[in-house]
Design a protein around this ligand. Structure first.
Ligand code: C2E
Ligand code: MG
Ligand code: MG
Length: 583
């Protein structure tokens, strides 16, 4: 036996207690004692013994009453109690059983009989515990402990059953795959414990929305699956309204820590038998549709289509190849000139934007448009982004040593800023390469500044830390994102890069011209530098220069080029003018 069984003896008579101690400790039990009823009750609750030996006749509280109270308390109600009584008549014995005793022994007792009864009770005890454990294990195997909903294993089992039934009865059902948006961030800002409570609340709300016959399960983390019975008719609009109902329930505000949270979710839907006839495939297809919904933003839903499967297979292939691209040294950096437009007769090189390329073994040189989304969605962008920064800083340091003090603008993804170690990664790279952070610009996207409110302070702090190192921050593709200018007040940045879509017809389209003038004026008002992207014609350059745009970038000045080609350009520029722009 691993641990001695514990017996609590409640008896007011010291001689009787000593006798029991002698007798039962010799049998290998651990004994403790209480000298009256109320002390006994207290100890019972505190130490939860395996058995209580209870004297019936005690002053203050009678043993029967102690027994009754033990039975009434939910924590110890199932505790075995053996009452020892000096009343030998049948009526008293019955009274003892009535009070809840498991067994009754009359005084004076036969020692062998006492030992045997205690042994029996302990054996029954062990048996009961084993059954309880088995039940618990069984429950854990089928239910999610957090929400008490069926788990993935039960869902799979049920799904098989639904398929069998639907086939037999010629019926239709929907697999509805639901994934909460940005739950990882919410969990990080709330803390795991609160995040769990939030999930429970969502599970409860979803449960309240179920129609008769629906089955709801929680897969992992923030993913739920609903099986929705549709009888004999496939009616997409009916399912769509059911899904909208679920999404509405999720997005009702939740009050946590005096803060109102609004959760959203994305949903993918697959039908039996139209989209698949096997449970596993149905679930997979619903998940594919869910990923497609996610790619469209928050609070979206999508029905599965066969085309999605095809696209997914292609994407997965690219993702796998991209995973290897770093290892196989297939990524390249191209550099495109950034030209100072003001206070100079001729546009003058001040920096380079670093642009990623993938030298694909079969498809040739690929621009980011072919792979950057996949890199983001798969998380590969984090490793790739660090690689880009390191290679760029290495090259930048080399140029500085060759007396060409160029600024480098490196594109970054919002995902990198959500990593806890992004700042230390930047520090490590700066230290490793020796590149002067005052010459480094990190291009961020508007989406980073529109992240959930919960993250806002973390991001503000991170950006401040980067700027305190001398790094400058620029907002890339300005005007294409959310265009909510209020964020410029909350986040400190240094540069705005006006998106090329505004520049392309700036010299002919009056509306765009007015917009660009307004953006430049506003940026200057906020003491930000302005870079115009995508300048291809002299007339665009003239317009921008006349309106005070600080820096230009575009094919007019130079295409993105590999290091060997851009080298010549840089050397020529810096040889011809030794005076460089100060920032
Ligand atoms: P971006 O940061 O806005 O970069 C400017 C894009 O405009 C580049 O496309 C560049 O080749 C193109 N471009 C420059 N001048 C002109 C012009 O005069 N006319 C036209 N039509 N286009 C011009 P690219 O190299 O294909 O890069 C596309 C986007 O991919 C970048 O847009 C950037 O958002 C992203 N990207 C590139 N490198 C990286 C990287 O290392 N990390 C991350 N996260 N994103 C990157
Ligand atoms: Mg850029
Ligand atoms: Mg851009």
């Amino acid at each position: 036996m691993n641990e001695k069984n514990h017996i609590l003896t409640i008896d007011d008579d010291p001689t009787a207690r000593a006798a029991l101690e002698m007798l039962l400790e010799g049998e290998g039990y651990r004994l403790s004692f209480a000298i009256n009823g109320s002390d006994g009750l207290q100890q019972t609750l505190q130490s939860r013994p395996d058995l209580v030996l209870l004297d019936a006749m005690m002053p203050e509280m009678h043993g029967f009453e102690v027994c009754r109270q033990i039975r009434a308390h939910p924590l110890v109600s199932a505790l075995p109690v053996l009452i020892i009584t000096s009343l030998d008549d049948a009526a008293s014995r019955l009274q003892a059983f009535d009070a809840g005793a498991d067994d009754v022994l009359s005084k004076p007792y036969n020692e062998l009989e006492l030992k045997a009864r205690v042994r029996n009770i302990m054996r029954l005890n062990r048996y009961r515990r084993l059954i309880e454990q088995a039940e618990q294990l069984n429950h854990l195997a089928k239910y999610d402990p957090l929400t008490s909903l069926p788990n993935r294993a039960s869902l799979q089992e049920q799904l098989q059953q639904w398929v069998v039934n639907a086939e037999r009865q010629q019926q239709v059902f929907a697999v509805i795959y639901l994934d909460l948006d940005n739950f990882k961030q919410i969990n990080e800002s709330l803390g795991q414990l609160q995040g769990d409570l939030l999930l429970r609340q969502i599970a409860r709300r979803l449960t309240e929305c179920l129609s008769a016959g629906d089955m709801l399960a929680r897969l992992v983390g923030n993913e739920f699956v609903l099986l929705h019975d549709m009888q004999d008719q496939l009616d997409e609009s009916d399912v769509a309204s059911h899904v909208k109902h679920l999404l509405d329930a999720i997005s009702m505000p939740v009050l946590f820590d005096n803060h109102e949270w609004r959760l959203t979710a994305c949903v993918g839907i697959a039908f039996y038998p139209n989209d698949a006839i096997q449970g596993e495939t149905l679930l997979k297809n619903a998940e594919i549709a869910k990923s497609r919904a996610k790619a469209q933003g928050r609070q979206q839903y999508q029905f599965f289509t066969a085309q999605m499967n095809f696209n997914l297979i292609q994407r997965l292939a690219v993702e796998n190849q991209l995973r290897l691209a770093l290892e196989h040294d297939e990524l390249r950096l191209y550099y495109q000139p950034l030209m100072q437009l003001q206070n100079t007769s001729q546009p003058r090189l001040v920096g380079l934007e670093v642009l990623l390329r993938w030298q694909h073994p079969e498809r040739g040189l690929l621009t980011p448009h072919h792979f950057i989304d996949i890199a983001e969605q798969s998380g590969l962008i984090i490793g790739i982004g660090s690689w880009v920064l390191e290679m760029a800083c290495r090259q930048g340091h080399l140029w500085h040593q060759q007396h060409c003090p160029v600024h480098l603008a490196v594109n970054t993804s919002s995902l990198q800023y959500q990593q806890l170690n992004w700042l230390s990664t930047v520090d490590r790279i700066l230290h490793l390469t020796g590149f002067d952070p005052h010459y480094l610009e990190l291009e961020i996207t508007e989406s980073l500044l529109m992240e959930s409110e919960a993250q806002e302070n973390t991001i503000i702090h991170l950006l401040q830390n980067l700027r305190s190192r001398g790094i400058r921050l620029s907002i890339d593709d300005f005007g294409t994102g959310y265009s909510a200018l209020s964020y410029l007040r909350r986040f400190q940045v240094d540069i705005l890069k006006i998106d090329q879509s505004f520049i392309s017809d700036v010299s002919v389209e009056p509306n765009n011209a007015i917009l660009v003038q307004a953006i430049i004026a506003m940026a200057h008002g906020l003491r930000l530098q302005v870079i115009a992207e995508g300048i291809e014609q002299q007339s665009q350059c003239d317009f921008l220069k006349a309106n005070g745009c600080d820096i230009g970038q575009g094919y007019l000045f130079g295409y993105p080029q590999p290091v060997e080609e851009i080298n010549a350009f840089i050397q020529k520029q810096f040889k011809s003018s030794s005076s460089l722009i100060k920032h």
